[in-house]
Design a protein around this ligand. Structure first.
Ligand SMILES: *Cc1c(COP(=O)(O)O)cnc(C)c1O
Length: 491
């Protein structure tokens, strides 16, 4: 029971909160007018805030704290009914998460005409679960509806398991795989009135599948169905699906965004007013904020403050790192393509890749037109490539085992080059049939080129390929057009 006096007290806090919210919006608007690099470097954290509330520290504080104190019962009531901005309890929110989430929301929304918001999660897999499960709830009006969702089959191994086992097998939801995502008629035939969302990963990990994002968004939206995109591999430095009309983006922040390799993190970023026939008005209006304050509050997938600040700190140099990694990967892919011990190289940047023209319509280094080095829109294809070794699984493992500088690890987007054999690692659990469907043969090596000088990565590949029995070391003439491959500028 609240009497009039209490209501007045709560209302007082709510009014103060509205004013503070106005100031926050102004700060956001100022930041939105900045270029990508400036947003990534500064985020919402200002000198004013630092001097007044944070001892002048120039880097955002890590609030390793479970909960927030309130001035009095009125403020507590206003906060816990979400009438004033609050972080309350670190399972729901935390000031360190706030800096991280707002910065990433701005980067994913950059160049678009819609506001974006973000809910950080404990991992990329938690982000995918958070982004998809709200659409898979039972509709009380149609309790017997046979719910389905549509997804590219060339997805990260963990995503494949989450969709095929956790959702389809364990919960009886129908997962409809798109086998060839570049074929629009396949999408068209799989989407129907019982489809709750459409999900795609591009470029896919590890197979480099790519699809016509604009067309798929068009098909889904024509039926009132939301589009969820895993943008982990490209990162907002190369592709911003929300600015092109997608509703929700998921990120394994662990990868391109946090290239140092410190910790695991994920994020769900959404546009305002997503398209979805299913769900409540509240869920559609601001999906990421809805997640944060309701389902994820109850389910508990949110991120720790330490990992939020580590990720935020890495994100500041995202654009220059993705540019460097892309240029280095191009050098390495070009080298491998002409090596006689290699059966096939898959890299979207290579003209020989069948999806190169399609990818070239989508993958651009953000702000290249404002960069004196480029001065015009410039394609960049990222750090993810794969190649197939002649001689089958045995030769592949032998080469892999001979790496001396390239790290053998199931990881990607690192400042250090890393490689894995997907069939025995990331995609092991989905079985022979699942791998066949996603075209992941046992002689495929996934390689993510980092910030080393590409000549040194190539040298390691060269000696590893020579280590395959019977192979003769070959000297391929190398041309290094990359100038500033030094990591010094990246700190
Ligand atoms: C790694 C990865 C994920 C899962 O992210 P985690 O942070 O490891 O949970 C999802 N999608 C893609 C494309 C990935 O590479």
């Amino acid at each position: 029971m609240t009497d009039a006096h209490d209501l007045q007290g709560v209302a007082r806090y709510a009014a103060a909160a509205r004013e503070a919210e106005g100031q926050r919006q102004q700060a956001l608007d100022r930041l939105r007018r900045c270029r990508f690099d400036t947003i990534a470097v500064h985020g919402l954290y200002t000198m004013n805030e630092s001097l007044n509330f944070n001892q002048g520290a120039i880097i955002e504080p890590v609030y390793l704290c479970s909960s927030q104190a309130y001035r009095d019962s009125d403020e507590m009531e206003a906060a816990l009914s979400y009438q004033v901005p609050t972080w309350c309890y670190s399972r729901i929110g935390n000031p360190s998460l706030y800096y991280f989430e707002n910065t990433l929301a701005l980067l994913e929304g950059y160049g678009g005409d819609t506001e974006t918001s973000c809910c950080a999660t404990a991992s990329g897999m938690a982000a995918i679960q958070s982004a998809t499960d709200p659409f898979l709830a039972i509709d009380p009006q149609r309790p017997n509806q046979k719910i389905n969702f549509v997804s590219t089959c060339q997805v990260y191994g963990g995503t494949f398991q989450q969709f095929a086992i956790r959702k389809a097998q364990e919960r009886g939801l129908e997962c409809r795989w798109i086998i060839n995502s570049a074929d629009l008629s396949e999408w068209e035939s799989q989407i129907d009135d019982n489809t709750r969302f459409v999900y795609g990963e591009l470029p896919s990990n590890p197979g480099q599948a790519f699809f016509d994002l604009d067309a798929v968004i068009g098909l889904a939206h024509a039926r009132g169905i939301p589009v969820i995109i895993d943008n982990t591999v490209a990162s907002p430095a190369l592709l911003r699906p929300i600015a092109r009309g997608a509703d929700i983006v998921v990120q394994s922040v662990t990868k391109s965004l946090t290239s140092s390799g410190f910790g695991i993190a994920g994020a769900v970023i959404s546009r305002k007013n997503i398209t979805s026939r299913f769900g409540s008005d509240e869920m559609r209006a601001d999906f990421a904020m809805y997640l944060k304050t309701l389902p994820n509050r109850d389910l508990g997938q949110n991120l720790s403050p330490m990992n939020a600040i580590l990720s935020l700190n890495d994100m500041r140099t995202l654009r220059s790192k993705m540019d460097l990694f892309s240029r280095n990967t191009m050098e390495v892919a070009t080298y491998l393509q002409s090596h006689p011990g290699i059966e096939q190289v898959d890299y979207l940047g290579l003209e020989s890749h069948p999806l190169h023209p399609l990818a070239s319509r989508y993958l651009f280094l953000v702000d290249a037109e404002h960069d004196p080095q480029y001065g015009r829109p410039t394609n960049r294809y990222g750090h993810l490539m794969s190649f197939r070794v002649k001689g089958g699984a045995k030769a592949t493992r032998k080469m892999f085992d001979a790496f001396q500088r390239i790290w053998r690890a199931t990881d990607l987007g690192r400042i250090k080059s890393v490689a894995t054999i997907p069939a025995i690692s990331t995609h092991q659990q989905q079985g022979e049939e699942g791998r066949k469907m996603a075209d992941i043969p046992p002689n495929m090596v996934r390689l993510c080129v980092g910030g080393e000088h590409p000549a040194d990565v190539i040298e390691d590949l060269e000696q590893a390929l020579a280590a395959i029995e019977g192979a003769v070391p070959v000297q391929v003439p190398l041309k290094f057009s990359v100038g500033g491959a030094s990591g010094a500028q990246l700190a």
